[in-house]
Design a protein around this ligand. Sequence first.
Ligand code: F6R
Ligand code: ZN
Length: 193
Amino acid sequence: MTDYMPPFTSTVDLQSCTITNVATTLSRRLADMRGLYADAQAEAALAASNPLIYEVHYAANIPEEAGQLSYCTTVLYPGKVGDEYFMTKGHYHAKGDRAEVYYGLQGEGCLLLQTPEGEVNFQVMKPGVAAYVPPYWGHRTMNVGAVNFVFLAVFPADAGYDYKTIADEGFASIVVERDGKPAVIANPRRAKK
Ligand code: F6R
Ligand code: ZN
């Protein structure tokens, strides 16, 4: 007999951008992202205040199994480390062939993607924009505005996270402020392949 999971709803609160039946909220501060920003001096200057960079609110009780879908909201706070915008750690999916959809809820953001070979792609995100992350692309978001940047993510529950590749090699490009606007430039800290 098939063991049917009960259907359910949850509310994505459009004020707080949390999910009502949240199981976990993950918070990442600057100290949780050591070495990911390009400007090491700017990072060191912010070390004492250790700002909160982003929070992720996960919907509850979804088994991390093939066939299931997980969803969560990410709230990325406004700010910069040097001239590089506050961003997520960025990851490939541990199961590389798993895709994902991001849906912009608040604020102004960017989605930076790259293939394992280092081809980079850049998408603008704002409320109402659905961004498709195809299989195999590593992905990272940044807040390029003055208020919180928030998006909903829906992804296969068994996708998993490979943070190590990004931590070891970095993204090929970074997003920095130039003349008051976001610009994509080569990452000076990118490890040579
Ligand atoms: C899940 C996903 C997002 C991110 C979140 C935080 O596959 O892409 O939910 O996990 O935006 O970013 P990371 O995980 O890179 O710290
Ligand atoms: Zn992902």
